[in-house]
Design a protein around this ligand. Structure first.
Ligand SMILES: [Zn+2]
Length: 330
């Protein structure tokens, strides 16, 4: 089987190192080149050199999803090599504007969402401030080739099938090698980390309901749907975006699905203790140790995802209370 080399690159983020994958056979392929950060860039160049490669040798860059720890350096690598940049079409608009542009465009929707969730007045500002700082770790990049679901991609001597796996991000895509059973999973399936189905506040314009407030995507429900699709694939080895490669993907998925059941029970128990509550209050109650705006936002995202599941199951209802929405168990 054609070789795939994993280069764990350091990042300045709490998640720790991000995996870049190098496929040295033609077309020489790089999956997720890592963030714009000197230690990451140095590790990437050293890893390539160890394989007898330089940036100029890269023919194809695949971006599994538009998060800065994964795509930051893509534009730099493409400029140095002339490589084709491939990603899912839903990733392309945010890759084109970068994180700073995305927060500008999505600001109104984000603020509306935070108000509904009962977040404190200043929270949106804090969060956008943190995002604006983080924007420096990635440069916007243009996508040359769209990886639609089912698309065949020749990369690194492997015939890949693109699998669209939205949820962690709408533009997430996995690369699946039917012949060898390898799956490059991005952040869709990780071994040690439960991927956060992050709230989408930037609803693509063509999908926002005309005139009305933009509906947020029910990211966790979308994520679970995409997780179940992976269960149907025959996979021998998962090459994740963070951590070591692993097998037994079905067991990992079963474990994840069980984890959602546990979390739903925790959310219901918290609701019973607190009485009707906005999502933000529940997030603070269940994740009291999250101090920074980003951590609190991810906690909110986690809670909203589970509230969506519970609402779909008819176990909680939502009602408007002033500008916020309260959830109560039924
Ligand atoms: Zn990541």
């Amino acid at each position: 089987m054609p070789e795939i080399h994993r280069l764990p690159l350091p990042t300045p983020f709490p998640v720790g190192p991000v995996n870049t994958y190098v496929l040295p056979e033609r077309p020489v392929t790089l999956v997720d080149p890592g963030p714009v950060w000197d230690p990451a860039r140095e590790a990437l160049l050293a890893g390539l050199a160890h394989l007898g490669l330089a940036l100029k040798d890269i023919d194809l860059i695949v971006i599994t999803h538009p998060h800065i720890d994964h795509y930051g350096l893509a534009n730099e690598v493409a400029a140095a090599s002339g490589a084709v940049v491939a990603a899912h079409p839903d990733a392309a608009p945010r890759l084109a504007v970068g994180l700073a542009g995305m927060t500008r465009e999505g600001r109104g929707v984000l603020e509306e969402l935070l108000t509904l969730a009962g977040a404190p007045e200043t929270f949106g500002e804090d969060l956008l401030g943190q995002w604006t700082q983080a924007a420096a770790f990635a440069h916007p990049v243009r996508v040359d080739r769209f990886l639609l679901d089912g698309e065949i991609l020749e990369g690194g001597g492997v015939r890949w099938t693109a699998v669209h796996t939205p949820g962690h991000s709408p533009g997430s895509v996995c690369l699946y090698e039917p012949a060898g059973g390898r799956l490059v999973s991005g952040d869709h399936l990780l071994f040690h980390i439960t991927s956060n189905a992050i709230i989408e506040f930037e609803v693509p314009r063509d999908r926002a309901p005309a005139g009305g407030p933009a509906e947020r995507l029910r990211s966790l429900e979308i994520y679970i749907g995409a997780l179940r699709r992976l269960e149907t694939l025959d996979v021998s080895e998962v090459l994740p975006g963070h951590g070591e490669p692993f097998g037994g993907h079905r067991e990992v998925i079963t474990g994840r699905l069980g984890h959602y059941e546990t979390r739903k029970a925790e959310v219901l128990a918290a609701l019973d203790g607190l009485g009707p509550s906005p999502a933000f209050r529940l997030a603070e109650a269940l994740f009291p140790d999250e101090a920074g705006a980003m951590g609190r936002f991810l906690a909110l995202s986690e809670i909203l995802g589970h509230l969506d599941l519970l609402e779909t199951e008819g176990r909680v209802v939502r009602q408007r209370d002033g500008r916020a929405e309260l959830y109560r168990s039924v």
